[in-house]
Ligand binder design. Structure first.
Ligand code: F6R
Length: 245
C-alpha cells in the first residue's frame, strides 16, 4: 500500500492492491460505525463495494455492532418492484442490511414515489449522513448523477445515459435496453452534505473518470469532480484505477 497522498486539501488518495480495497475500506467504515453506532451510513450499490460489504459482514460477525445504524442508499431504478431481485432495494437488503443485522425500517431508499426534497429532509432529520460510500461510473457519475448534473442538485429522478445502461446490462440478462431508463438518485448537493466520503474505484475502466474527478477541473461534465469541494474525502483505488503516480 502506498502512503496516502493529499490531492486537494480535502481529498486524500490511497492506492492499494485490488484485493486489499475491501479490508482498507472496511477499517474506515468500522471506525465510523464505532464513532456513531446510531448514525447514518450512506451506501452505494454496484460491483465495486461488494467485497467491502462482505468484509463488513465478517466484522459484524466478529462483534462490530451495525444493527443500530440507519443505511441510506444513493439510488434506485424507476419502474422495478421493490422485491424485484434487480432492484437496488433487493441488493441493499441481501448484501448489507441482512448480514449487518439492520432492520428494514432503518433502510432509506430514494424512490420515484417520494419527493426528493422530502428524502433529503429525512436524511437531515436523522442527523445527516456520517460516512458516504461511493463508487464512480465510467462517465464520472456518482450516485446516478450523470454528466450535466448541478453541483447543488437535490434528490430527484434522472434519465440514465446509454453508457450507464450498457454498464449495468449484466444485471438485466446482458440487455442494455432492459435496464430502466430512469432512476431516483440522491443529488450531488445531498451527497456533499455527508460529513465524510469514501470513494472506491477499481479497474482500468475507471482510470479516466478517477483522473478527471480528482485531477481535473470541478465541472458538471464530471459529476465526481464536485468532491474536490468537500473537506473530507478518502479515495481508495487500485493502481489500475488510479494510474501511475
Ligand atoms: C450505485 C451508484 C453508482 C455506482 C457506479 C459504479 O448505487 O450509485 O454510482 O457506484 O455506477 O458501479 P460499479 O461499482 O458497478 O462499477
Amino acid at each position: 500500500m502506498s502512503a496516502p497522498v493529499a490531492v486537494t486539501p480535502g481529498v486524500q488518495l490511497r492506492v492499494v492492491e485490488s484485493a486489499d480495497i475491501a479490508v482498507v475500506a472496511g477499517a474506515v467504515v468500522a471506525h465510523a460505525v464505532r464513532n456513531a453506532p446510531e448514525g447514518v451510513l450512506g451506501i452505494a450499490t454496484g460491483r465495486t463495494p461488494e467485497r467491502l460489504y462482505a468484509e463488513l459482514a465478517r466484522l459484524a460477525a466478529g462483534g462490530l455492532d451495525c444493527s443500530r445504524l440507519t443505511i441510506a442508499a444513493l439510488d434506485e431504478y424507476v419502474g422495478l418492484a421493490a422485491d424485484d431481485p434487480r432492484s437496488y432495494r433487493s441488493y441493499v437488503m441481501a448484501k448489507i442490511a441482512a448480514p449487518l443485522g439492520i432492520p428494514a425500517e432503518s433502510v432509506l431508499m430514494p424512490s420515484a414515489g417520494v419527493d426528493g426534497a422530502r428524502f433529503d429532509d429525512v436524511l437531515a432529520a436523522r442527523g445527516g449522513v456520517d460516512l458516504q460510500i461511493l463508487g464512480i461510473g465510467r462517465n464520472g457519475h456518482i450516485g446516478f448523477n450523470e454528466p450535466g448534473s448541478a453541483i447543488d442538485s437535490a434528490t430527484r429522478v434522472v434519465e440514465l445515459t446509454a453508457s450507464t445502461r450498457a454498464d449495468n446490462a449484466e444485471y438485466f440478462g446482458g440487455d442494455a435496453d432492459a435496464v430502466p431508463t430512469h432512476a431516483a438518485t440522491q443529488g450531488i448537493g445531498t451527497i456533499l452534505r455527508a460529513r465524510h466520503v469514501l470513494l472506491l474505484a477499481s479497474g482500468e475502466s475507471k482510470l479516466a473518470a478517477v483522473r478527471a474527478a480528482i485531477g481535473g477541473a470541478v465541472t458538471a461534465d464530471v459529476p465526481a469532480s464536485a468532491l474536490q469541494t468537500h473537506r473530507d474525502v478518502v479515495v481508495i483505488a487500485d493502481t489500475a484505477a488510479a494510474g501511475p503516480r
